[in-house]
Design a protein around this ligand. Sequence first.
Ligand code: ADP
Ligand code: ZN
Length: 602
Amino acid sequence: MKENGSSIHHILKTTFGYDQFRPGQEEVIQHILNKKDALVIMPTGGGKSICYQIPALASEGLTVVISPLIALMEDQVESLRQNGVEAAALNSSLSRDEQLMVHHKIKSKTLKLLYVSPERINTDSFYQYMKTLDISFFAIDEAHCVSIWGNDFRSDYVALKNLKLQFPQIPIIALTATADEATREDIKNQLNIQSSKLFLSSFERDNIFLKSMPAKDRIKYITRFIFNQQGGAGIVYCLSRKSTESIAQKLQKAGIQAGFYHAGMNQEDRSQVQRNFQNDNIQVICATIAFGMGIDKSNIRFVVHYNMPKNIESYYQEIGRAGRDGHISSTILFSNYNDYLQLQQFIDSSEANATFKQVQTAKLNRMWEYASGYECRTNFILNYFGEYKQEPCGRCDNCKQPPIKFDGTILAQKALSAVTRSNQSIGMELLINVLRGSGMREIYARDLHTIKTFGAGRDLPYLDWKSYITQLINQGFLSINFSQNSVVQLTPFSADILQGKKAVELVQFVKDKDKKVVKKPSIFRVEDELYEILRTWRNDLAKKKKIPAYTVLTNTTLEELSASKPTELEDLYEINGIGEVKFNKYGQSIIQIIQDYMNKSN
Ligand code: ADP
Ligand code: ZN
């Protein structure tokens, strides 16, 4: 055991260049080395890959990794190769010769990690083939894809249940970032690893600040927000392909270096954008959810959701891409009823079975409760993932600007009465205008100016009413009929309010206070000079080698280099992210660059 411990530390340092394991990693690695099954739940950015890559290196034989996306596999393989690890991916994008090469390496036992897609592994011939090999263990990445309770069910994953049946003696490690309790149990059942040990890392990311607000004046708000980021990079997630393009264009007009990314673009354009973002040549990416899986950029300073995601799992995964370097990062979630409606329609019109639709609807409702809720947002998420916490986080918008509650019974009565008197036939916007006694043509055309509550809420601004009606909906006193033009209707609880039998507590609407604008910065952050020199060198090298820049050295490593300015080769052992292979490959050049820089500036 002890020997194991020191050898895995050795691998962590020499191969990956890290000094310490992150919480949870070492326990998982030991468990696998003891040949036992494991289910590992770790938040995005928590460091799941090392949990199976190190035991793969410390074991005899070949580790087979099942991963859902070719792009994801290729990134992982490239990163491993750059660290001197023999890894390969078998997928449809390989030429015949390349495939032969991979098989040759397997045969000669030089390959340590083989990445395979689920379609590939689930064939009889591949099972037969695997039986001839010495396999140390199976790693199933993005394991939530096996469960309909998860947020990204893939039918190809279902057949993975045969792995345990066909190879009962080979351990399985299933890994995912997103699994509530139901999904966890389901993953175990689906993969036939019922007695596997669960490793659950904390989902709390204390450098990520959460904020949620109604979708209003979004472009203006986002532009201002980005100017305040002083060049820090970020992602704006959008619901549709088209909107990624139009929003990017609007940001560009405001002077922000923005690009867009969606699955409808060709591969070349997509890689180009991703590279530009990864290398800090583009500050902001407007993207659909297609963007992000496998992206290893540690200095993402903000994630904005232009629209509400379909569930907490997706939301948490997407915001989890911010702040992997541990520095403070912001998130903003915009949401409104149209998002909710549209997402509900996606679910309703999908081909899925009724159970699946029910699950997705329940998840969507929780998302909406989150977006419009007044409790600590961090705790909402932690509770959602079954990690119960009461102490408020102190950094989300609800903690920083605690809601002020008041007796809203009379307001509620006015709203409910207007709904009643308009025969439950008008939508939220019109309802507010009726309450405010607006002179809109539609009100007169529909005779709504004659009802008794017309103008009864004149004293409150539009946005205040919008907030209060939304709260009434969330508390169950009103509802929205999505199948009927989203008209606002009464619920079984409404009568008690109208008859004065029950009081309603509302939270005071507060206009957003974060509207301070700082001076528009020069388009991009001015890093320190040495960092820029190192970055240019790294990027040129990556271009020459035709590999992603971060697989040469990550920005965090460059930051560390430019801060500590090592001038002796051996000092490089202290730098995170430089293992033996990179030390040998790049050490001399790095030291030369730093020495030149120091000589020049002295
Ligand atoms: P996940 O798959 O859980 O989202 P990754 O495995 O991609 O996360 O790891 C996220 C980042 O953290 C990567 O850049 C990785 O190299 C880095 N990392 C992982 N383990 C450690 C560690 N022990 N020390 C420092 N950095 C680490
Ligand atoms: Zn909080």
